[in-house]
Design a protein around this ligand. Structure first.
Ligand code: GDP
Ligand code: MG
Length: 776
């Protein structure tokens, strides 16, 4: 039987895992391995993907992928679960572990005053951000990892000035398949932090420990932070920390990042471990006894073979060996093996596969999970079905329910956009705008009194204050949209939204996760582009950003309203619907085209965890808002500001640098030059072109420029149609372009401007022809 045939509520054991490459490794890393028990929970409302429970957590899987996984019925008498018996609690020994792993205070500490570097590594939703914020308070710096747009956060641990902690992206394994995994792995291997702080969600411990196993192979000092212990305890679970420490050979500290419990102790351990450079005392997780020790012998054989190569390449030996078995091309080339060595290794692996009865990747994943199972049987008292889990299931009955999911989702997102833009954003924006205008006017009065030249006054008032106004006017919308977004994200709802909409977006070569940035695009492209950060693959990010301009942003509504009033009175609703739908349609065509052009591009897998719903932490939300606003202001300010001043300059001067009024300005002259290009659209009037150019700054300016230049008289119903079509699709405003430039780089941003203008021209031309046929 295949996994996709499983009915809701049924359980089965996994027999074999098919598929290949990225996706298969990802299955295995997420615990979809032969022998694991899965329970089918339900299908998404559109019938795909499915929601499964495995290793005590919830996972999404597309039906097409599930078809590659073979299952068999669960045996009636499963092995009785061990480790249930309670033991007496013993105190956690604390710093130094009673000298178990090292004679306390001896050893070879790093010299006083060394800057101790830490890497915070863990699965998504394990509480990394929460812990990071607890550890660093406000001493943090947000940036990018060089070369990739993956958020990088560095900070100093509070009260420990000579520390530096880096929050790495959430990952499930060290297999280099997603940008995040590569970033994290390279960071650890190349920058060699003094200590890894591995954060593990104790309420989902089996899956989380998988990464821990891989991290321990890296020969880097490490502490394990068992997070969410508050939830585990309140549900009757516990972890025998001392025994776990003994088995793993590294300090294990139970914490609750959200409640700030155990964090002090964690810091003490981490600093101690880093200073004394104590590596995990154990790396050898392959059990000699397991299945005749096939995996064990294979691994150790290869380790001996490649030891010198690994040392020469600066790679930890066991890590290199496991990655070699998994077939990691990067590690393979780094090791510079000779042909006969490669053959020998291949031979060893093939023999292991035969003896073990599993292929190499499955055998490795299985080796790790068997160790974890044994470890947990000895040290973890599993909580009874947790309150949080039951609550999540109840909430999910509605939020991902067959009939309720989509209406609720549409309602939520409309509410978010409406609240952000109309209720809160626009008034705040107006307030800020009038504040800045007032300030500009006051300044102007002062300047006039001083007898400052009119050109300079215009620069200050129209150029600088106008520019600042444009930048600042985006801030309220960004803050408010991100406030709601972070509520949705942190609570766990976003993962459900992705689950519900995956089927739709997959046709475009995207995954369900892109739905949120796209919908935010109807509000404002700037936060939409910024929010693509949460997408898992670089390809998804790029395509989603390229599609956001097709989600007609709210700043274009005044343009639509202006034309409706002038040319289609009484048909406002119809005009809006037609416009929005056509833009989406063009976007879909573009996405399909891109899929045609790059047929080799593997669709990113949609194997995603559905975390329990949790209350978002106020501190996390506040930090995020601060980050995003700062980010926007820092990066966008320069671009928007400079663009505003350039447009002001072009608008106010002629080519002899005399200050002039609209008609004779450089802008008008340039517009006159460009106008013939727009003639086929019926828009060959310089005033129209001027209005369009000013729309590059902000879409609202199109209307104001048209009013100033009295454009309406140059338009007919027919040209109004082509103008609407052009405005609908042409280049996003400079703020959006700045955001795109930040995510994708200058070349793609420039390309986007050109591409959008071409498409807009084409569509407007078609609209002009078709409408001309009917209107005559
Ligand atoms: P990240 O994805 O690893 O950065 O995880 P976050 O820090 O965003 O945390 C995910 C969710 O878990 C958030 O809703 C947090 O409020 C919540 N959370 C984090 N730590 C704890 C904890 O110790 N106990 C509980 N109950 N919730 C926590
Ligand atoms: Mg986070």
């Amino acid at each position: 039987m295949r996994l996709n045939e499983l009915r809701a509520g049924q359980s089965a054991l996994i027999e074999c895992v098919g598929g290949e490459g990225t996706l298969r490794q990802h299955f295995l890393d997420m615990g979809v391995i032969p022998g694991a028990e899965v329970t089918m929970i339900k299908l998404a409302p559109m019938g795909d993907p499915m929601e499964l429970r495995i290793h005590g957590y919830e996972l999404t899987l597309r039906l097409a992928d599930a078809e590659k996984i073979g299952i068999r019925p669960v045996e009636k008498k499963a092995v009785p679960e061990k480790g249930r018996e309670e033991r007496k609690a013993s105190d956690h020994p604390g710093l130094g572990e009673e000298g178990k792993f090292h004679p306390k205070g001896t050893g070879d500490p790093l010299p006083e005053g060394t800057l101790l570097t830490f890497a915070l590594v863990g699965n998504q939703n394990s509480g990394k951000t929460t812990l990071f914020n607890q550890l660093t308070g406000s001493n943090q710096h947000v940036g990018n990892f060089p070369g990739v747009t993956v958020d990088r956060k560095d900070g100093v641990i509070r009260r420990h000035p000579d520390t530096l902690i880096t929050d790495l992206p959430g990952i499930y394994s060290l297999a280099p398949y997603t940008a995040e995994e590569i970033v994290s792995r390279n960071f650890i291997l190349q920058e060699k932090p003094h200590c890894i702080i591995n954060i593990v969600d104790a309420s989902n411990i089996e899956r989380n420990l998988y990464l821990t196993m891989q991290l321990m192979e890296l020969e880097i000092p490490m502490v394990l932070a068992l997070n969410m212990m508050d939830e585990v305890r309140s549900n009757g679970g516990s972890v025998r920390v001392n025994e776990m420490e003994e088995i793993l050979g590294l300090p294990v500290v139970p914490i609750s990042a959200a409640k700030n419990e155990g964090v002090e102790e964690l810091v003490e351990h981490a600093i101690h471990i880093a200073r004394y450079q104590e590596q995990p005392a154990r790396q050898d997780f392959c059990d000699k006894e397991d299945y005749g020790g096939a995996v064990h012998r294979c691994l150790h054989g290869i380790m001996h073979l490649i030891e010198d190569h690994a040392r020469a390449a600066g790679l930890p030996v066991r890590f290199a060996a496991t990655r070699l078995i998994d077939g990691d091309p990067e590690v393979e080339s780094a090791l510079q093996l000779q042909q006969n060595e490669k053959e020998m290794i291949e031979h060893i692996i093939v023999q292991m596969e035969e003896e073990r009865g599993l292929d190499r990747n499955a055998a490795m994943a299985d080796m790790r999970f068997s160790f974890i199972r044994k470890l947990c049987a000895k040290t973890v008292v599993k909580p009874h079905e947790s309150r949080e889990y039951r609550r999540s299931r109840r909430i999910d009955e509605v939020l991902t329910g067959r009939w309720t999911a989509i209406p609720i989702f549409l309602a939520v997102i409309s509410l978010v956009i409406w609240l952000s833009i109309d209720v809160l954003g626009a008034p705040l924006q107006d307030l800020l705008d009038s504040g800045i205008q007032w300030l500009g006017q006051e300044t102007d009065t002062v300047l006039e009194r001083w007898g400052v030249a009119p050109a300079v006054r215009s620069l200050v008032v129209d150029g600088i204050f106008g520019g600042v106004g444009t930048v600042v006017s985006f801030v309220p919308i960004i803050i408010i949209l991100f406030f709601f977004l972070s509520l949705l994200e942190d609570s766990g709802y976003m993962a459900r939204v992705a689950f519900v909409s995956d089927k739709l977006l997959r046709h475009l070569g995207l995954t369900g996760r892109s739905i949120v940035p796209l919908l935010i695009g109807f509000g404002c492209s700037v936060p939409a582009v910024m929010s693509t950060r949460t997408l898992p693959s670089a390809h998804d990010r790029r395509l989603t950003i390229m599609l956001t301009p097709f989600m007609s942003c709210s700043a274009k509504i005044p343009i639509y309203a202006f034309f409706t009033v002038a040319f289609f009175p009484g048909h406002g609703g119809l005009v809006l619907v037609v416009l929005y739908l056509s833009a989406i349609l063009v976007g879909i065509l573009v996405a399909l085209l891109s899929k045609k052009i790059h047929p080799d591009r593997e669709p990113s897998p949609f194997v995603m965890e559905l975390p329990n719903y949790r209350m978002p932490g106020a501190k996390n939300v506040a930090m995020l808002l601060w980050d995003k606003t700062k980010d926007f202001l820092q990066r966008a300010f320069t671009v928007i500001f400079v663009a505003s001043i350039i447009i002001w300059f072009l608008q106010s001067f002629d080519f002899r640098l005399q200050m002039v009024d609209g008609e004779d300005s450089m802008l008008a002259q340039v517009a006159g030059l460009v106008a013939p290009v727009f003639a086929p659209l019926g828009l060959g009037d310089w005033r129209i072109v001027t209005a369009l150019i000013s729309g590059f700054l902000a879409k609202e300016s199109v209307v104001s420029t048209m009013q100033v230049l009295n454009v309406t008289e140059a338009l007919t119903t027919l040209t109004a149609i082509s103008m609407l079509a052009f405005c609908l699709l042409y280049t996003p405003c400079v703020a959006a372009i700045a955001a795109v430039r930040r995510e994708l780089g200058g070349r793609l941003a420039a390309w986007m401007v050109i591409f959008q203008c071409l498409i807009a021209w084409l569509v407007a031309w078609l609209a002009y022809l078709v409408a001309g046929y009917f209107i005559g």
